[in-house]
Design a protein around this ligand. Sequence first.
Ligand code: NAP
Length: 251
Amino acid sequence: MAKPRALVTGASSGIGTAFAEQLAAAGHDLVVVARREDRLRQLADRLTREQGANVIVEVADLASAAELDRLVAVVTDLELDLLVNNAGFGAYRPFLKLDPTRAEELIRVQVLAPTLLARAALPGMVERGHGALVNVASALAFSGGIKGPWMPARATYAATKSYLVTFTQILSAELEGTGVQAQVLCPPTTATEFHDIQGIDVSRVERMSATEVVRASLAALSRGEVICLPALADPGLISDWTAASTRLLRG
Ligand SMILES: NC(=O)c1ccc[n+]([C@@H]2O[C@H](COP(=O)([O-])OP(=O)(O)OC[C@H]3O[C@@H](n4cnc5c(N)ncnc54)[C@H](OP(=O)(O)O)[C@@H]3O)[C@@H](O)[C@H]2O)c1
């Protein structure tokens, strides 16, 4: 029998690598996407050797319209069981100091790419009656109302992640009864290259490991949870938040 196949964007490091590792260990074949080909090839060789996974490497810069179009065409032609939209980067800067091209890249990588890849993958999943989508957002998606010098400057970054929360919640309702699930994963601060790349020292901040974050996401997927906040001690807060939004809209 053919193995299930998952595509993971941003698989060359951090949370994406952890997704690839845990999915391969759970018996998936993989398509791994990122810009750093050497990292992807090393990962593919390792997962083939250690887990017997068939791994396709797709080198793509998701900020490039042409490269995203090419990947969308690849996804349209693949029978995917799981799509993990994980690629992302921080660019923590006050909005007026954020280079406009960098703001555009944030929106391309963290809004446009997940949307178009989901649009390409979901019709086949719905037709086959099973499959899942995981969009990797951030706990900062919920940070719009929080002010404080301890918070990173994040207007565009956090807003792209809020888009993924709203998009996934509503999409998940649209997918009810199709056998296809959608989850938005909202990690807390996680020990990956994410902050190093920005030159931010988070050594004194409590961080989850990428392995733990992905373990929480896959467990939540098996329970059919739409919003996964791995560090949340009280899961009732998510339903409180949903109920408050309903009251706000009705009011
Ligand atoms: N670490 C945290 O504290 C944290 C917290 C909340 C949410 N997140 C989210 O988690 C996701 C994964 O981040 P991480 O923490 O694992 O960081 P990471 O270690 O820096 O990994 C980011 C991944 O995204 C890929 N990527 C970045 N820009 C890309 C582009 N233009 N095209 C294609 N791939 C691109 C990178 O690959 P290449 O450089 O090889 O292209 C890399 O594989 C991101 O969406 C991030 O926003 C992270």
